[in-house]
Write a protein that binds this ligand. Structure first.
Ligand SMILES: O=C(NCCCCc1cc2cnccc2s1)c1cc(-c2ccc(F)cc2)cc(O)c1O
Ligand SMILES: [Mg+2]
Length: 214
């Protein structure tokens, strides 16, 4: 039967990227998705904004909601200091299997823990299962109708501390209106919108950076 898009993306990485070279993995995926087959990676334009937020923060404990093929996982993990850890949640087992191989090809498996399952099931178990106190940085890129409930869940589980940065993808396209309204009006967040474009297209999209004030 026909291969899946993530399988074709992995083949492109294994053919065109150099083992242990995260930048070549990122470039191979971006080239393929821009010139051959669109895929829902954060992409190069929003990815550069993601890079600048991560580089400025230098986080030790990172949570990513929504791994897909591991593109943003590689973008984030390549910038983390030694000893820093990234936990990434993926709901779809087929996507997770591809992402593990992409992350390994980039040589970043020691910094990344990929967990399969739903965010609402795993967020309440972060402390006891992973020995996590609080996260320094959270990248939201999963089901758009889970951004708000999962943010409230992270607050309730004590996973956010004064200064924790949430960065949300797709706040315009597909859009997360309830989440935006919350972080922009809550006295517990200072929020900022980075205007950009939907990956590999001319459509507007953007990232919302929200600092938890405690
Ligand atoms: O749906 C998107 N991402 C979510 C899929 C991940 C599902 C998961 C649920 C879940 C639950 N718990 C734990 C882990 C996870 S992972 C998405 C979609 C578009 C898009 C698609 C068509 C279009 F025309 C315009 C934009 C662009 C994007 O950048 C996206 O990120
Ligand atoms: Mg996205």
């Amino acid at each position: 039967t026909r291969s899946t898009r993530p399988q074709r993306l992995l083949k492109v990485v294994q053919k065109h990227a150099t083992r242990g070279d995260p930048q070549s993995v990122i470039s191979a995926i971006d080239h393929f998705c821009r010139h051959s087959e669109w895929a829902m990676n954060v992409g190069d334009e929003k990815g550069s904004i993601l890079d600048s937020v991560v580089s400025e923060l230098n986080p030790e404990k990172v949570l990513e909601l929504g791994t897909y093929c591991g593109y943003s996982t590689v973008r984030i993990a390549r910038l983390l200091p030694p000893g820093a850890r990234l936990i990434t949640l993926e709901f779809n087992a087929d996507y997770a299997a591809i992402a593990r191989q992409v992350i390994a090809w980039a040589g970043l498996e020691d910094k990344v823990q990929l967990v399969e399952g739903a965010s609402e099931d795993w967020i309440p178990r972060m402390k006891e299962h992973f020995g996590i106190e609080t996260f320094d940085f959270v990248f939201l890129d999963h089901w758009k109708d889970r951004y708000l409930p999962d943010t409230k869940l992270m607050e309730d589980c004590g996973l956010l501390r004064k200064g924790t940065v949430l960065l949300a993808d797709n706040v315009i396209c597909p859009g997360v209106p309830d989440y935006l309204e919350y972080v922009r009006n809550s006295l517990s967040y200072k929020s900022y919108y980075f205007k950009s474009h939907l990956e590999y297209t001319k459509a507007e999209d953007g990232l919302e950076k929200s600092v938890f004030l405690g």
